[in-house]
Ligand binder design. Structure first.
Ligand SMILES: [Zn+2]
Length: 301
């Protein structure tokens, strides 16, 4: 137990029920991501919820690449962006509309109000192959319920998503009926009945036990009569994909005259990552070199 992984996701299944599940716990990564910004607790809470949802989605979708959730609204939440890749690396950010910022301290966390008239998109970016984007209607009182509806409609499979989050940690559980073709080989209970049974039991979890218990203990507590098996855990951790090289590549897409203008005026050019707040400074010589290299490239082509 000494090398316990705190942030992890695991699949589970039942010997006799045509239902599959995923269970995720995020602890360290929530603190690391939120501490990079000066977020109020309610904002940390929403970001933790979104990171949990995205981690579940990435594991369910099972692609080699990246899955992201992006929410934009004219309400309090201007931009909420979370990502998870197949390696279990997550990152996220949340920006608020400044004119509405006072609401954060005066009102309790209210997903519907904070994201009113907004749009939520799921983007799937496989390393190889087509990028896919789906739009999730924001008409429920929580992010988990909105995503649950999306799955119910798009996959036509009864789906249940439960997420608990606070400013320091999060827990998520996904339960879904197995597709029909696999149905016949597992048990003989009708799928809807089996699904309802698993959902009813999973709804008995309280946030305190979800945060405190190990996955195996929690599943045993819920489903000990249902022959549940838990699959090996996959570690989840914060990791930002920003780098000096990527910043440089981004700079080459800008107007050289504008770049020089900034360097002449400010002595150097500073780029700050919106996700991790990492700062990269490029001095005058480096910018000159970059512009010259681009110009050479241009004359060759
Ligand atoms: Zn970064």
């Amino acid at each position: 137990m000494s090398d316990q992984i705190l942030d992890k996701i695991q699949r589970f299944s039942f010997a006799q029920l045509p239902v599959r599940g995923e269970i995720v716990s995020l602890k360290d990564s929530i603190g690391i991501i939120c501490d990079q910004h000066d977020y109020p607790n309610e904002v940390r809470h929403l970001l933790a919820e979104a990171l949990t949802a995205c981690t579940l989605l990435a594991d369910i979708i099972k692609i080699e690449g990246r899955v992201s959730l992006q929410l934009q609204s004219p309400s309090l939440v201007k931009l909420l962006l979370v990502e998870c890749n197949h390696l279990g690396h997550i990152r996220g950010l949340l920006q608020t509309n400044e004119a509405l910022e006072h609401l954060i301290r005066e009102e309790l966390f209210d997903f519907k109000e904070w994201t009113d008239k907004g749009q939520l998109a799921i983007t799937i970016e496989p390393k190889k192959g087509q990028r896919y984007q789906g739009i999730v209607p924001l008409d429920k009182t929580s992010l988990a319920e909105c995503l649950e509806d999306y799955f119910n409609l798009s996959e036509q499979l009864p789906t249940h998503i439960k997420i608990f989050a606070d400013q320091n940690q999060a827990f998520g559980m996904f339960v879904q009926t197995l597709p029909q073709e696999a149905d016949s080989s597992i048990g003989n209970e009708p799928s809807q009945q089996a699904f309802d049974h698993v959902v009813a039991l999973s709804n008995t979890i309280k946030s305190q036990e979800a945060f405190a218990l190990e996955h195996q203990d929690l599943l045993y507590r819920l489903f000990h009569q249902d022959e549940v098996s838990l699959y090996p855990e996959k570690a989840i951790q914060f990791q930002c994909s920003c780098s000096r090289e990527r910043n440089m590549a981004a700079l080459t897409t800008l107007d050289p005259a504008e770049l020089m203008g900034i360097v002449e005026e400010q002595g150097a050019l500073e780029m700050v990552c919106d996700f991790c707040s990492n700062k990269e400074v490029f001095n005058r010589d480096e910018i000159m070199k970059l512009i010259m290299a681009e110009a050479d490239q241009g004359s060759v082509n």
